[in-house]
Design a protein around this ligand. Structure first.
Ligand code: SAM
Ligand code: SF4
Length: 442
């Protein structure tokens, strides 16, 4: 059976980074504004939007297997297939190819998703519906305003990337670095607070490169600090080269700015960093962290790592391990290098065999897990504020985030969205337990 004409229900599934989560929320708001009803069950939806990630080959292949699975499930449970829209970076990178390979109804890139309702309308009439343009005018002005969000909300302030790390597809799929204007961000932040947010995480591929006519991210953070009802500010992901003095100082001066910094390094080897075109060295990265720690001694540090970049030797990998030992990350993400078509690294010699790649990832993750467990253990006995975000699995249990972005569970009669003061009483590798001391002032 063909896709339903004029879908009435929809489901958006986002893969990959937090910016995709944000885009997924905005697409859902767009479709709801058209009168469609959101459904939590992809198998029951007339329209399924897969908001995809292209960063590694595995993420891309998952999209194709998901399309097949969704269709099969829908045929079995309701005797027909939903309309399928592919959004996100796979849509941008594969374009027409994805229509040929998977017969999807709609393809829309990350800079064109404000056109999703129109594209769905076209597909419903049986017309071609593909839009991977990167228009000069921003999509943001064409999106409906924020209405209902949870206690912790994302706000994209910067998109795209001009850094061209040799392994990365982002500059090709998300386009050049663009900052959203100051006032649009302030307005959206206020709307998010009015809609229920107590915490806002500013998002960007290189969020600390945000700029509006000489004003930098720290100026924006200072302005958000003055929004009544907003209790916490975070930002991610930062690039070491865009970490300016004002932003470092903000960590010392702005109380609402949480003590957490995600600052990917990728490798501890100077030679590999050069081959990656990272434009920071091992030493400049470490010196930067010293300055950040001097400004905010309790800051929790996080990073991204790639193992098995072309030509990486065992000794160069050992330099990554020694950097990890030196920094002591509170948490981190680590990946096996994945060659991406069209990137310079994909054409480099020195392919690292799969077994060596697996072995390095395992050793790196063991070191990162050890440090995460140590960071968590060191918070036991500390008092801190939690923002309660969702119910836990057990009756009466709630889960909140500490200032250092740790998940903490506790039993409390407080409500989701409350800020409460707790003592951390127990720590595991991935989550902590807390006991309520008192409700913090709203
Ligand atoms: N702009 C951010 C930065 O440079 O730190 C990160 C953006 S990227 C979406 C997230 C992470 O994916 C990168 O930090 C990197 O560790 C990883 N990544 C990117 N391309 C990759 C590749 N080809 N293979 C493996 N990991 C990759
Ligand atoms: Fe990709 Fe590098 Fe840009 Fe990050 S800075 S998005 S890793 S090209």
């Amino acid at each position: 059976m063909n896709a339903p004409r004029n879908p009435r229900t929809f489901h958006v599934k986002s893969f990959g980074c937090q910016m995709n989560v944000y885009d997924g929320e905005r697409m859902a708001e767009l479709m709801a504004a058209q009168g469609l009803t959101a459904t939590a069950d992809a198998d029951a939806a007339d329209l399924v939007v897969l908001n995809t990630c292209h960063i590694r080959e595995k993420a891309t292949e998952k999209v194709y297997s998901d399309i097949g699975r969704i269709r099969k499930q829908a045929r079995e449970t309701r005797g027909g297939e939903p309309m399928i829209a592919i959004a996100g970076c796979v849509a941008q990178a594969e374009g027409e190819e994805i229509v040929k390979r998977a017969r999807v109804d709609v393809v829309v890139g990350p800079q064109a998703y404000h056109n999703l309702p129109e594209l769905v309308g076209r597909a419903a009439r049986g017309e071609a519906a593909l839009d991977t343009d990167m228009p000069a005018a921003s999509k943001f002005g064409a999106l409906p305003s924020r209405r209902k969000v949870g206690p912790s909300a994302f706000l994209t302030v910067q998109e795209g990337c001009d850094k061209f790390c040799t392994y990365c597809v982002v500059p090709y799929t998300r386009g050049a670095e663009v900052s959203r204007p100051w006032q649009a961000i302030i307005d959206e932040a206020k709307a998010l607070v009015d809609a229920g947010a107590r915490e806002i995480t500013l998002l960007g591929q290189n969020v600390n490169a945000w700029d509006d006519d000489g004003r930098g991210l720290h100026d924006l953070i200072a302005a958000l600090d003055r929004i009544e009802g907003l209790a916490r500010i975070r930002y991610t992901t930062s690039h070491p080269n865009d970490m300016r003095e004002g932003l470092i100082r903000a960590h010392a001066e702005v109380e609402k700015l949480m003590p957490f910094l995600h600052l990917p390094v990728q490798s501890g080897s100077g030679r590999i960093l050069k081959a990656m075109n990272r434009s920071h060295s091992r030493d400049s990265y470490l010196r930067l962290l010293d300055r950040v720690r001097a400004a905010r001694p309790d800051i929790a540090l996080s990073g991204d790592f790639i193992v098995g970049f072309p030509g990486e030797t065992e000794a160069e990998f050992a330099e990554t391990l020694s950097l990890v030992d030196q920094v002591g990350y509170a948490q981190a993400f680590s990946f096996k290098y994945s060659p991406r078509p069209g990137t310079p690294a994909a054409a480099m010699d020195g392919f690292v065999p799969a077994e060596a790649m697996d072995d390095r990832l395992q050793r790196l993750q063991a070191a990162l897990n050890r440090d995460q467990a140590a960071f968590n253990a060191a918070t036991v006995g500390r008092t801190c504020e939690l923002l309660l975000e969702r119910p836990g699995k057990l009756p009466g249990q709630l889960i909140g985030k500490s200032p250092w972005l740790q998940s903490v569970h506790l039993v409390s009669e407080a409500r989701i969205g409350d800020l409460i003061e707790v003592e951390i009483v127990e720590a595991g590798p991935n989550s902590l337990a807390g006991e309520v001391l008192r409700r913090a002032a709203a």
